[in-house]
Design a binder for this molecule. Structure first.
Ligand code: XMP
Length: 520
């Protein structure tokens, strides 16, 4: 998605695992940038793209090897600032007349400290908070001789040319990765670089919204788009954005498998249909899903049944929408893994959304993915920009198979009803105590056992449940949330008093790994 109205920065990708973090740092500075694989960047591309600055990413290759990736020579005569990072630094040195050697004993991986030299450059303005600065290194080869015109501005024990620059030509080269978290002050280098390049920081979410709307209009034309609306942040923001672009040409299908939380279907459909005027089909297929799940207790079987039915149902409703040629998906940037293959062209692997994976090919649909360039928190900012309420934008993730995987063993309607009530009380407690936003995900799982209790003067024999609450940044690893004993006690009392059918409450203190967040 190109925007000609904004100053553009070009990131030439040499295959680093962290190239997308460079884009991320630049967006935080309100700078418009695009990542393009090195083998698609030629002279014609550079002329059309007309970057105001260029960054060479890191990469896994060695510049010493024959046929290793290079940018076109013409990039050096564009007259714009260039920043080379790690492999990008080495390729720049090699091409401009310096020398790179294989690292015999000079390889450096992990934390290192760079100390400044006596010379000063604006790239480092305000960067050294101390007499040395922590950086993250990850290199096997090293620069043995810098190119003519370059000076040294920073060194580390294993990288005498950690920071170099040819200030006259505005070429900068660093051996480390300023974009990663372990270079704590790295964002400052990017800030200085884009400032030197003359970017004004005019790339805001408002600008993104306008440009995305125009791009959707252009892609879709007068055709129709369908979207599986789950009520999650990504599909909701994608739907709202596409609706702004093409209005009635978008139809959303909300597949209700009967495994949703209390009032969830009404809230999602109500908001999109009544408040935002989207065309939403509420596909209430509770009977179908719960019927097929009857008697099933194996977690994988349950997941497979739900996944297959979801696709069947979505397809059935979508077939009734005339002229639908596009399928909208809330794919985010981290889902788009771009890798560079050195034998041929770039290969792009897309992690399909679990719910609609395989659908586009099966139905002959073209994808519309307006969030492909954004990170999660940027999607949230865009959602706010589009007027979605904060309560929606800050929602915890909710899995596609819904309450099915929070009801270990056989699923019954009675258990689902109890679970919905207990979950509502638990979430209410978390909100009342102001903890909702600190927690990545919180829910109740109803256990497949009944236990004995005593209430009033009578014996009870009801279900036990487990509370789960975790902190996480990406759901890949997680730790349990350290609630106070007061909170846990109060919540247990409320659940047992307010939810008939539960007489015992436990708290799950397993981290991930070894546990998973969900119970199945
Ligand atoms: P686990 O249980 O694997 O969960 O630690 C990690 C995160 O993924 C969510 N999850 C799913 N999301 N479809 C989804 O859309 C699924 O089948 C699914 N299974 C787990 C889970 O809620 C947590 O946020």
């Amino acid at each position: 998605m190109s925007d000609m109205q904004h100053d553009r920065l070009l990131i030439i990708d040499f295959g680093s695992q962290v190239t997308q973090l460079i884009a991320r740092r630049l967006r935080e500075l309100n700078v418009y940038c695009e990542i393009h694989p090195f083998n698609l960047v030629d002279n014609a591309f550079l002329t059309t793209f007309a970057p105001k600055a260029v960054i060479f990413s890191g990469g896994p290759c060695s510049v010493i090897d024959d046929g290793s990736p290079r940018p076109p020579e013409s990039v050096y005569s564009l007259g714009v600032p260039i920043l080379g990072i790690c492999y990008g630094q080495q390729v720049m040195m090699q091409m401009l007349g310096g020398q790179v050697e294989r690292g015999h004993g000079t390889a450096e991986f992990g934390r290192a400290y760079v100390t400044p030299s006596d010379d000063k450059t604006d790239l480092l303005s305000g960067w050294f908070t101390d007499d040395k600065e922590q950086v993250w290194m990850s290199h096997g080869d090293h620069v043995a001789e810098i190119a003519p015109g370059f000076e040294v501005y920073g060194t580390s024990p294993n990288a005498p040319f950690a920071i170099t620059a040819d200030v006259a030509r505005n070429f900068y080269a660093v051996q480390f990765h300023p974009e990663v978290h372990h270079t704590p002050n790295g964002a400052k280098l990017y800030e200085n670089f884009v400032k030197m390049a003359g970017f004004t920081g005019d790339w805001t979410m408002g600008a993104y919204r306008e440009q995305a709307v125009a791009a959707i209009k252009e892609q879709v034309g007068d055709k129709n788009v369908i979207c599986a609306l789950s009520g999650g942040v990504d599909s909701s923001v994608a739907a709202a954005l596409i609706h702004e672009a093409i209005g009635e040409q978008l139809t959303c299908v909300f597949v209700d498998h009967g495994l949703l939380r209390k009032n969830e279907a009404e809230e999602v459909v109500g908001m999109f249909r009544d408040h935002m005027n989207l065309r939403v089909i509420h596909a209430d297929e509770t009977e179908l899903f719960l019927g097929e799940l009857e008697g099933q207790s194996d977690p994988e079987t349950k997941r497979k049944i739900i996944g297959k039915l979801f696709i069947d149902v979505f397809q059935k409703y979508a077939n009734e929408i005339e002229g639908a040629e596009f399928l909208a998906q809330g794919t985010l940037y981290p889902d788009v893994i771009e890798s560079v293959s050195f034998s041929g062209g770039p290969s792009v692997t897309i992690k399909s959304h679990h719910n609609v994976g395989g659908l586009p090919e099966k139905m002959g649909l073209t994808l519309v993915e307006p969030l492909r360039e954004l990170f999660k928190d940027e999607v949230r900012a865009l959602g706010r920009e589009l007027g979605l309420p904060d309560s929606f934008i800050g929602r915890h993730p909710f899995p596609g198979p819904g309450l099915a995987i929070r009801c270990p063993g056989e699923i019954t309607r009675a258990k689902l009803d109890i679970l919905r009530e207990a979950d509502a009380v638990y979430i209410d407690q978390i909100r009342k105590h102001g903890l909702y936003d600190e927690i990545w995900q919180a829910f109740v799982a109803i256990l497949p056992v009944r236990t004995v209790g005593v209430m009033g003067d009578g014996r009870t024999y009801d279900y036990a449940c487990a509370l789960r609450a975790v902190t996480s940044v990406d759901g890949m690893t997680a730790d349990y949330y350290p609630f106070s004993h007061e909170f846990l006690g109060e919540t247990a009392t409320r659940i047992i008093n307010e939810v008939p059918g539960i007489n015992r409450v436990t708290y799950d203190i397993t981290s991930k790994p070894p546990g998973t967040i969900e119970w199945e």
